[in-house]
Design a protein. Structure first.
Length: 98
């Protein structure tokens, strides 16, 4: 497992990445950054934590729309509470407004 530095919504993060998973991680980071930027640029939500939660829900909904063919186990394998917990951990203490 290696560490990769990424930028999401202008903020740098160090993420653990399995060997060979860099391209998949880069795609995921780009999706999250795109969703968060769209929410922020919409102008109604300014708090970084709320933007992250809304982006996570949007992405999870998009996966769920794809149905079982979306992956190994499909949308049923999406762990929304776990995803939200990871977002909380990453944003812990980051209560700054954009």
């Amino acid at each position: 497992m290696k560490q990769v530095e990424v930028t999401i919504l202008g903020q740098g993060y160090i993420l653990a990445c399995p060997d060979g998973g860099e391209a998949l991680l880069a795609t995921a980071v780009a999706s999250v950054d795109r969703e968060m930027s769209a929410i922020r640029d919409g102008g109604k939500v300014k708090a970084r934590e709320r933007i992250a939660v809304l982006a996570a829900l949007n992405l999870a909904y998009q996966l769920a729309e794809r149905g079982p063919a979306a992956g190994a186990g499909g949308a049923a394998d999406i762990d929304i509470p776990g995803l939200l917990q990871r977002i909380d951990e990453v944003l812990n203490g980051d209560d700054r407004l954009l």
